[in-house]
Ligand binder design. Structure first.
Ligand code: ADP
Ligand code: ZN
Ligand code: ZN
Length: 738
């Protein structure tokens, strides 16, 4: 009897292993790793991915089941990607089945064919692009569709148009009769970013430092290298990316660009689309399932030259990868915070290494991890110390808030400076990292405070919607005019959120256009873009917003940036808090004076002598980072050690702590002293969404020692008596310690 191969298959389950099966009855000539296979699993049938063909199994042959059906002739996951996913599963100690399933577009996960779905798109024609919506004042529905199409560069998927307008078909037909729109049946409709007029060649001549950065990266084309592009805000990092990508595409390869959040970086997309009128595969979370599959396939087939996407786009197969760029590499949204807790930045480096291509990590405020690696010469350090073109660095000024009367978070001095800037036609950007009207609602009569029933936190008061909302679990309730405890109507809003500042500004500066940019004001599809447009056009002169404002926007007319509250970030238990705060301040400040006009950054604080603030504003982020790295070294904190966090949560407070205590005991038998185990302790916010949380921290100067311990320890965790009563998870290289 010839020996049948064993199929080792990744199956989406929380079990930390792969599963062995026998080939289908009819043999299965085209069995190659990376194909999808339908298999019986318990009482269900599920779709898994073939990882490898093995000669034998630890399971006795008579207990092995045969697979039901082979779904692909060609592997949908190429070998390099399978290798990356295997690496991720091992490094993050996460079940391979979940890792593999998470890398697939939903339609493939469900067993749909790996073909581009047939999906017509409506696009503007040449004359439609020049047609202005105002010529349609008597046909408001046509006007509305036309302006949506003007905003949506790639056109609208037919199946999504109803989201914008009910019964749109007749209206669209009118526009088609006018010759302004067309229906495209092409199977390939990866969102083309091209705007109305792909700009003629307007590339600025690179300055010396940009030139050096581009050539240092390109010198390593075709081989693995990591470059940290450390360039102050407005120094022309994007221009460097564009030039690198241009050359890579010319050489016949594809470029992958990872960004923190697509919705927040429309300007980066615009610039890529203007420079490259060729297909771009865009992968982010608000795509339809069909769009996502189409983009994924166009990257795999090599049809798309450029793949731009958020975190999970890293797992897109690329036919001929030439370079990876990670923009804003310090941004914590590259780290997935649930399920498979991977860092897309770190895994991108592994992917580049496996593929033998250069990777560029860009930021004005690099993470201390990356700076450390650059200092250690593991990365090449490319600096752009000055702003490109004629722009000058902003000037900083600290405003001492002590004993100052504050009006809704605004000091009289700041208001005075704002007046001056408004007189000189400048735009003003105010930063406050707290949305809603006020973080607390208090009864002045009895002291009642609106608290979340399910979390250890206050409910935020949202005035416009007249609701109290928990920003941690999402629970909410309508505002009642009376105190729920004593019936008093003297309810007072304590503290300041963006909504409250917006209102105050409207009173201080009547007639001036004010825009608020936070998650509440940008929830509706397209609202972010229209707010940004109004800002660009100068219709809004004052912008108040949360950290959304910090992300890569280019507002050439902003001359004043006001940072309303820094004091939260100065005193925090999280050892990364000061790094975060410095990044945020530097990034927000970087929105000032990006073009001809000089910028002023005013920071309101009760702690003007704080060494961190002082260092940041007098010597800049670089200096701050150097000091912070030394502190981390003395305290033996990352990047000078590796950490992992074991979290557990349950409905009762003691359960997770008990589980972690047993886990700790189990660990001690493997620990050779190279790994420090700290805890267990309740999480900083112990109760969240109705569950109690606790954690155990593992720390080691030797990454290998840490992983050796984890390899032995994790299987034990599954056998702990109470492990079923808690939900536990492991976070390798956590970015948040709670
Ligand atoms: P960053 O990505 O570092 O914030 P950008 O690439 O957005 O910087 O560049 C900031 C501004 O400077 C943009 O308007 C860009 O077009 C312009 N710019 C970039 N490089 C040059 C250059 N070499 N000469 C003139 N202007 C430039
Ligand atoms: Zn009361
Ligand atoms: Zn809550």
């Amino acid at each position: 009897m010839s020996k049948l191969p064993i199929l080792r298959i990744a199956i989406p389950t929380p079990l930390r292993r792969s599963f062995d099966y026998l080939p289908p009855e009819d043999g299965g000539a085209s069995l190659r790793p990376g194909i999808r296979i339908r298999v019986p699993f318990g009482k269900r049938t599920v779709i898994g991915v073939l990882l490898e063909l093995a000669g034998e199994s630890a399971v006795p042959a008579q207990r092995l089941k045969s697979v039901i059906e082979v779904l692909d002739e060609e592997p949908i996951l190429p070998p390099d990607l399978l290798a990356l996913l295997n690496w991720g599963s091992r490094y993050y100690h996460h079940p391979i089945g979940e890792v593999v399933a998470g890398a697939l577009p939903a339609l493939l996960r469900e067993g749909k064919p790996a073909r581009i779905p047939d999906n017509p798109v409506w696009q503007l024609t040449e004359s439609g692009r020049t047609a202005t919506a105002t010529t349609l004042t008597r046909a408001p529905r046509q006007q509305a569709l036309l302006s949506i199409l003007h905003e949506q560069a790639g056109g609208l998927l037919e199946q999504q148009i109803h989201q914008y307008q009910q019964n749109w078909r007749a209206v669209m037909n009118r526009l088609e009769e006018k010759g302004w729109v067309q229906r495209i049946e092409a199977s390939f409709h990866t969102t083309r970013l091209a705007k109305s007029s792909p700009a003629v060649d307007e590339r600025p001549a690179l300055n010396q430092t940009q030139q050096t950065a581009v050539s240092k990266v390109l010198q390593t084309a075709g081989q693995f290298s990591v470059s940290l592009l450390d360039g102050v805000t407005g120094s022309g990092k994007t221009e460097v990316y564009l030039r690198i990508v241009e050359q890579i595409i010319k050489s016949g390869a594809q470029a992958m660009v990872l960004v923190p959040e697509i919705g927040l970086t429309p300007q980066l997309l615009d610039r890529f689309s203007q420079r490259f009128p060729r297909p771009v595969a865009l992968l982010h979370s608000s795509l339809s399932r069909q769009e996502r599959l189409a983009a994924w396939l166009s990257s795999r087939s090599g049809e798309a030259d450029i793949i731009i996407g958020t975190r999970s786009a890293l797992f897109t197969p690329v036919k001929k990868l030439g370079v990876i760029i990670v923009d804003e590499e310090h941004d914590t949204s590259f780290k997935q915070q649930e399920g498979f807790r991977y860092s897309a930045r770190d895994m991108a480096i592994i992917r580049a290494r496996n593929a033998g291509v250069p990777i560029v990590l860009g930021s004005a405020t690099p993470s201390l991890e990356s700076l450390y690696n650059a200092q250690q010469k593991r990365y090449q350090h490319l600096s752009l110390p000055e702003r490109a073109g004629n722009a000058k660095p902003p000037v900083f000024r600290l405003l001492d808030l002590r004993q100052q009367p504050l009006q809704e978070g605004l000091s009289p001095k700041l208001l005075g400076i704002m007046k001056e800037h408004l007189q000189t036609e400048g735009q003003i950007l105010l930063f406050l990292n707290r949305r809603g009207y006020a973080p607390t609602l208090l009864c002045h009569e009895c002291g009642w405070v609106g608290r979340c029933q399910r979390c250890d936190t206050h409910l935020t008061f949202h005035q416009q919607e007249r609701r109290l909302r928990c920003h941690h679990c999402g629970s909410e309730r309508p505002l009642t005019p009376q105190c729920p405890d004593c019936g008093s109507i003297d309810l007072r809003a304590l503290g300041t959120g963006t909504e409250r500042v917006e209102q105050a500004l409207q009173q201080h500066f009547p007639g001036i256009g004010i825009a608020r940019l936070d998650r509440d004001s940008t929830r509706r599809k397209g609202s972010m873009q229209s707010l940004l447009n109004e800002i660009q056009q100068g219709k809004k002169r004052i912008l108040i917003g949360t950290q959304m404002l910090a992300k890569g926007h280019h507002f050439p007319n902003v001359t004043l940036v006001g940072i309303l509250d820094t004091d939260q970030g100065l005193f925090s238990a999280d050892f990364r808090a000061s790094e975060r705060m410095s990044q945020l301040i530097t990034q927000v400040a970087g929105r000032a004076g990006r073009a001809e006009k000089p910028g002023l950054v005013v920071i309101q604080t009760h702690h003007p002598e704080h060494p961190l603030l002082q260092q940041l504003i007098t010597h800049g982020y670089q200096q701050f980072a150097n000091t912070a790295l030394k502190e981390r070294q003395e305290a033996e904190l990352p990047p000078h050690c590796s950490i992992a966090l074991l979290r557990a949560e349950a409905a009762a407070a003691e359960t997770p702590l008990n589980f972690l205590r047993q886990a700790l005991q189990a660990a001690e038998q493997f620990s050779s002293g190279e790994v420090l185990l700290l805890g267990p302790v309740p999480a900083p916010m112990e109760k969240r969404a109705g569950r109690f949380r606790a954690q155990l921290l593992l720390q080691s100067a030797e990454r290998i020692a840490l992983h050796r311990l984890l390899d032995q320890w994790i299987p034990q965790l599954e056998t702990i008596k109470n492990s079923r009563k808690v939900r536990w998870s492991l976070d390798i290289d956590p970015v948040d310690l709670f």
